[in-house]
Every structure is written in structure tokens, then in C-alpha cells.
Design a protein around this ligand. Structure first.
Ligand code: ADP
Ligand code: NI
Length: 217
């Protein structure tokens, strides 16, 4: 299946996006999710429809986020029109739309949405993007954009309790590692997701340990 029109659509929608949800994030999620699916399903073909569904979900997943667009419903309507034109069947369109509308971390704090298998790979890949070297870069970009401090020794490491707490933007970025990032590996759906999330979480622990050593010089 030719996904050129999907890629062009996402590039246009996310132009100028600087909150960590840019086109390259979508592209990495598409690549990582399909790579993990193929690793867990060695008989599957790179050009299969299921891989096209995963890649498409990966590319599109942030285009309907209210942080990224002013009118998510209008973008959903555009996607509904585009997907059949690219060649997706009705049930495939349904899977892709359900996934991108229910996969975000914030939506799943107080409610757990059961995603189709394709969506589970997209969700894992998106969460893995919050980990590792890229995850560290994104966290400090986000913190800087919201005027948050890097670290405050008066604030004890906090875990997440609810959605409102997650949406307040005032926490320090180091606290975000304790609040969210170190908890993500336990939330992985897929075998490959668990392995990669663990590897990137280890890298991040190393970073935060080093950060604390340097802070407490
Ligand atoms: P989702 O789209 O799944 O709801 P977000 O948009 O909240 O996730 O997160 C996007 C990126 O910004 C992630 O890398 C995440 O770790 C980072 N981020 C979110 N909230 C904070 C915060 N308070 N401090 C630092 N980084 C954050
Ligand atoms: Ni994302």
C-alpha cells in the first residue's frame, strides 16, 4: 500500500509544531511500531496491510491532539475521507481512528481503553518515544516551553495520582521522570515494547542518577 498521501498529510498538519509532537516524532512512531510488530510476528510481511495500518496510525496519532491542532474534529473528518482514498477498508479505517482517538497517556490514566493489536504497537511506540535519549530531550523541551524548573530539591519525587495532576504544567522536569516516565515500562502491551521500554528506562535511570550526583556535588 502506498502511504505517500498519509505522509504528506501529516507533514502539512504538523508543520511548525515545536512541542515534541512534530512530523519526525510521528515518523519514528510509525517506524518503531511496525519494526516491533515484525519482530514479534516473524511470518508477517513488511508490505502487509496490517503493517500499513500500524504505520498509518503511527504517522497520524498526534495530528488530532488538541495540543497540536485547534479543531480536532475537523482533522478527524479529513482523515475519515483520506483513509478510504488511500485504499483502507471500512474496518481498517475504524481500527486506525479508534486507536488514535484513545491511545494517549492522559486519556488512559483513569480509564483503560482496549486497543486493537495494531493500536497496541502504536501506543507502545509512542510511549517509548517518551523514554531514552529522545525522551529526555522531549521532557526538557516540554518543561522549558512551560517555564518549569529543571529540578527543585524541596519537591520530593512524586508519583501520578490523577488526570488533573498530570495536566498541571508546573512540576519540575526531573519530577516528571518519577511521576510518569519511570512508570511507563510497566504499561507496555507488546513483547517487543517491553524489551525496548526496559532498555530505554535503564538509560534514563543512568541519566537521572548522574544528574543527582552532579546536583549534590
Ligand atoms: P500524551 O500525548 O500521550 O498525552 P504528552 O503530550 O503529555 O503525552 O507528552 C508529550 C511529551 O512531553 C512526552 O515526551 C512527555 O514525557 C513530555 N511531557 C509531558 N508532560 C511533561 C511535564 N510536565 N514535564 C516534562 N515533560 C512532559
Ligand atoms: Ni505522540
Amino acid at each position: 500500500m502506498d502511504l505517500t498521501r498519509i505522509v504528506d498529510f501529516v507533514q502539512k498538519q504538523l508543520e511548525g509544531e515545536k512541542t515534541g509532537h512534530d512530523f519526525y516524532h510521528g515518523q519514528r512512531v510509525a517506524h518503531l511500531a511496525s519494526k516491533m510488530y515484525l519482530k514479534d510476528h516473524p511470518d508477517a510481511h513488511e508490505n502487509s496491510r496490517v503493517v500499513a495500518i500500524i504505520k498509518t496510525g503511527g504517522y497520524l496519532h498526534d495530528t488530532i491532539d488538541e495540543k497540536v491542532c485547534a479543531d480536532p474534529a475537523a482533522v478527524v473528518a479529513k482523515i475519515k475521507k483520506l483513509l478510504p482514498e488511500v485504499g483502507f477498508e471500512e474496518l481498517e479505517v475504524k481500527d486506525i481512528l479508534f486507536t488514535i482517538q484513545h491511545m494517549s497517556f492522559s486519556q488512559n490514566i483513569e480509564h483503560h481503553y482496549e486497543l486493537p493489536l495494531t493500536g497496541q504497537y502504536v501506543q507502545d511506540a509512542d510511549r517509548i518515544e517518551s523514554l531514552g535519549a529522545i525522551g529526555i530531550a522531549r521532557a526538557f523541551t516540554y518543561g522549558g516551553k512551560h517555564g518549569n524548573e529543571i529540578y527543585d530539591p524541596k519537591i520530593k519525587a512524586q508519583k501520578l495520582v490523577n488526570h488533573d495532576q498530570y495536566r498541571k504544567h508546573t512540576e519540575t522536569t526531573i519530577n516528571h521522570f518519577h511521576e510518569k516516565l519511570f512508570t511507563l515500562e510497566k504499561l507496555m502491551n507488546t513483547e517487543s515494547g517491553k524489551v525496548e521500554a526496559h532498555r530505554r528506562t535503564d538509560y534514563m535511570r543512568y541519566f537521572v542518577d548522574e544528574f543527582m550526583d552532579e546536583w549534590n556535588v
